[in-house]
Design a protein around this ligand. Structure first.
Ligand code: NAD
Length: 281
């Protein structure tokens, strides 16, 4: 293997160390950073995510307030709770764990969150700010990818960056962040033709597809930086990313592993948004 493997846990730990100090300053001012976590229903993966976020928040000194609601909760009831949390001056960040049960209008819930407390960065106000180059809260996974690129000293300006995936939570904001950092950005998706050629031309590849080892190592340009956002479970239960890691690591200059790459950064960036929200309150 020739690539440097980017240790997301180490970068996330360093960020959390800074956050701990900033959170302590907020506490000393009588304003402990507080995150309201809203979980609706009993999706097992969501429960795990919420538990991990709560544990990490506590380590940093962020107070979490859990609101666990039954799957039968209506859109109106959930909007009511989110509005109440938006109006509560002791709450700095609101996280509504996605996906919500099928019967709930996710867009209505998102719009009910005060944009100044939207620590996920999914409210149109925050996505719009990102688009015009005046970001407030940036979606946590793309923000974490940018921090990983910075930690590895990857040059972005003028380089050709390929984002594979165009979701609102990962692909689109990722493309915006790379554009803002002066990359020449291509955003590929399920209708893209000749994806292998696009990958072979890219200096930076961010894979956010959700398909196990979909990006073949042989497609990677020698010396490229590869950020693997995907989290997929193989038939044997083990986790893997969207990139064929071992083969890609033979060609890339830097690469993130799965697990232990982007995942820890996503949580750390969420906590960074909560501390920032508390500082600005
Ligand atoms: P999504 O399903 O919303 O989007 C997937 C994207 O992949 C779509 O835009 C689609 O156009 C594209 N795509 C599908 N097939 C393709 C193909 N054949 N060629 C090119 N593009 C194709 O998923 P998402 O929410 O953006 O998440 C993507 C992956 O990242 C998932 O594995 C998810 O679990 C993972 N994820 C990880 C983190 C983290 O913290 N590490 C956070 C969010 C998402």
């Amino acid at each position: 293997m020739s690539a440097t493997v980017l240790d997301g846990k180490r970068v996330a730990d360093a960020l959390c160390g800074d956050l701990r100090a900033r959170a302590a300053t907020c506490v000393a001012r009588g304003n402990p950073p507080t995150l309201a976590v809203v979980l609706v229903g009993d999706d097992p993966a969501s429960r795990v995510y919420v538990r991990n976020k709560g544990r990490r928040a506590a380590e940093v000194g962020i107070v979490t307030r859990d609101h666990h609601l039954p799957a039968a909760t209506t859109t109106a009831e959930l909007v009511g709770l989110v509005q109440q949390l938006s109006d509560d001056p002791a709450v700095h960040g609101i996280l509504v764990q996605l996906p919500l049960p099928a019967g709930i209008d996710s867009q209505a819930i998102l719009l009910a969150i005060d944009p100044a407390k939207d620590v996920d960065g999914f409210h149109p106000d925050n996505l719009g700010r990102l688009m015009i180059g005046r970001p407030r809260f940036v979606p946590c996974t793309p923000a974490g990818c940018m921090r990983l690129l910075a930690a590895a000293d990857v040059a972005i300006r003028g380089r050709r960056a390929l984002v594979i995936g165009r979701s609102t939570i990962v692909g689109k904001p990722m493309a915006q962040l790379l554009l803002a950092a002066d990359a020449t950005v291509i955003c590929a998706h399920s209708r893209t033709m000749a994806l292998a050629d696009e990958i072979a031309a890219a200096d930076i590849v961010v894979a956010a597809v959700g398909r196990a080892e979909f990006v073949r190592g042989a497609w990677i340009k020698p010396g490229a930086a590869v950020i693997d956002v995907g989290i997929n479970r193989r038939a044997d239960g083990s986790l893997c990313g969207d990139v064929e890691f071992a083969a890609a690591a033979e060609r890339a200059a830097v690469i993130t592993p799965v697990p232990g790459g982007v995942g820890p950064m996503t949580i750390a960036c969420l906590l960074a948004n909560v501390v920032t929200a508390a500082e600005q309150a």
